[in-house]
Design a protein around this ligand. Structure first.
Ligand code: ADP
Length: 354
C-alpha cells in the first residue's frame, strides 16, 4: 500500500511539473548579491514579481524589460530544500528505469556548485539525490531490489579524468571497473554504495582528487565539467524484470566569454574547449528539438558521455544559474537565451531502459 501511495503522490507532483508535454525541465535560480556587490551599490536587473508562475523579468536598460518563462524560478531567498523538492520527482524516476540528466549551467560565480554540491550545512542536489534514492529504495524493498553505484568524472580540455581512480582516499571504497561501454569510457571506476555514509565518502574522494595537480582549485573547477554518474540496477521481485538506468549530475564549466586581455596561451585553449563542449550541448539539444535524424553527440566528450541520458527516452533537468547584478547583464541574457532554447525541446514519450 505504501508503495502505491507513494507512487500516486509522485505522479501528482510530476504532472504538476508537466505543464507542457515532454521530458525537459528548466529551473532558473538567481544567487543573492555578494558582499562586494552589495557594498559597491550595484543595482539588480532581476524582477521576481511573477516568479511563482515561472516568469522571470530582466531589466535590460531604461524601462525595457524582457520576460523569460521557465518551469520554476527561484529567488535568492529560496533554499536548498525547496529546490530539491521540485527536482525530486525527476530523481526518483531513475528508480523506475528512466535515464536522467540534471545539469547546472551559467557564468562562473552564479551558484552552479552551490546548487549541485552545496556546503556541509546546506547540501545540494548531488547529496540529496542519493539520500532520496536510498529512502525510496527502502520504502520499495518488498517490490524491488536495487543496487546503486557511483562514478565521478571530470572533463577538462576535452580529456576525461576518472576522479575515483586517481583519488588518494578511494582505496577505502568498494570499487570495481565497469565493463566497456557502460559510460562510453572503458574501465571507468564504479563505487558501489549501500548507504548515505558511503555516498559521502565517495563524494569526498571525488572532490579531493579534483584538487590534485592544479594550483588554483577554484579556477580549475570553473573551467572543467564535474560529472557524477549514478548507475541503478533494479530487479522487480514480483515479475523478475531487471532494468539498468543512469542518472548524471553535472556541474558544468563556467559559460562566460573570455575578456580580451585573457585571450592567450593555456587560458585560450581552455576557453576554446569549454566553448566547444557547451556549444555541442546546445547543438545536441537543438537537434533533438527539431527531431533531426542525426544528433551530434560525438562532437564533444561532454555530450558523448551524456548520450543516453539526453534524448528521446530520458528526462532532463537544467538549472540555469544567474547573477542579480547589472554588471553581469550580458552573461545573464546569454545564459537565459541558452536555457530558453533548451526548454523548447519536447522529448517523449519516455520509455523504460531495459
Ligand atoms: P559557480 O559554481 O557557478 O562558479 P558558486 O556555487 O561557487 O558558483 O557560487 C559563488 C558564491 O555564491 C559561493 O560563495 C556560493 O556559496 C554563493 N552562492 C551561490 N548561490 C547561492 C545561494 N542561492 N544562496 C547563498 N549563497 C549562494
Amino acid at each position: 500500500l505504501k508503495f502505491s501511495e507513494e507512487q500516486e503522490k509522485r505522479k501528482k507532483l510530476y504532472n504538476q511539473l508537466q505543464e507542457a508535454k515532454g521530458n525537459v525541465r528548466v529551473f532558473c535560480r538567481c544567487r543573492p548579491f555578494n558582499k562586494e556587490e552589495a557594498s559597491s551599490g550595484y543595482v539588480t536587473v532581476v524582477d521576481f514579481t511573477a516568479a511563482k508562475d515561472g516568469d522571470l523579468g530582466i531589466l535590460t536598460g531604461g524601462s525595457t524589460k524582457r520576460t523569460f518563462k521557465f518551469d520554476r524560478v527561484y529567488t535568492p531567498k529560496d533554499n536548498q530544500v525547496e529546490v530539491f523538492e521540485d527536482a525530486s520527482p525527476v530523481v526518483i524516476s531513475v528508480l523506475d528505469g528512466y535515464n536522467v540528466c540534471i545539469f547546472a549551467y551559467g557564468q562562473t560565480g552564479t551558484g552552479k556548485t552551490f546548487t549541485m554540491v552545496g556546503t556541509e550545512q546546506n547540501r545540494g542536489v548531488n547529496y540529496r539525490t542519493l539520500e532520496q534514492l536510498f529512502t525510496t529504495a527502502e520504502e520499495r524493498k518488498e517490490t524491488f531490489a536495487y543496487s546503486v553505484s557511483v562514478s565521478v568524472l571530470e572533463v577538462y580540455n576535452e580529456q576525461i579524468r576518472d576522479l575515483l581512480a586517481t583519488s588518494p582516499t578511494s582505496k577505502r571504497l568498494q570499487i570495481r571497473q565497469a565493463s566497456e561501454g557502460v559510460h562510453h569510457v572503458p574501465g571507468i571506476v564504479e563505487a558501489k554504495v549501500e548507504n548515505i555514509k558511503e555516498v559521502w565518502d565517495v563524494l569526498q574522494a571525488g572532490s579531493s582528487a579534483r584538487a590534485v595537480g592544479s594550483n588554483n582549485v577554484n579556477e580549475h573547477s570553473s573551467r572543467s565539467h564535474c560529472m557524477l554518474c549514478i548507475l541503478v540496477r533494479a530487479k522487480n521481485l514480483i515479475n523478475g524484470e531487471c532494468t539498468k538506468s543512469k542518472l548524471w549530475l553535472v556541474d558544468l564549466a563556467g559559460s562566460e566569454r573570455l575578456s580580451k586581455t585573457e585571450v592567450r596561451g593555456e587560458r585560450l585553449k581552455e576557453a576554446q574547449n569549454i566553448n566547444k563542449s557547451l556549444a555541442a550541448l546546445g547543438d545536441v539539444i537543438s537537434a533533438l528539438a527539431i527531431k533531426s535524424s542525426h544528433i551530434p553527440y560525438r562532437n564533444s566528450k561532454l555530450t558523448h558521455l551524456l548520450q543516453d541520458s539526453l534524448g528521446g527516452e530520458s528526462k532532463t533537468l537544467m538549472f540555469v544559474q544567474i547573477s542579480p547584478s547589472e554588471q553581469d547583464l550580458g552573461e545573464t541574457l546569454s545564459s537565459l537565451n541558452f536555457a530558453t532554447r533548451v526548454r523548447k525541446v519536447e522529448l517523449g514519450p519516455a520509455k523504460k531502459q531495459i
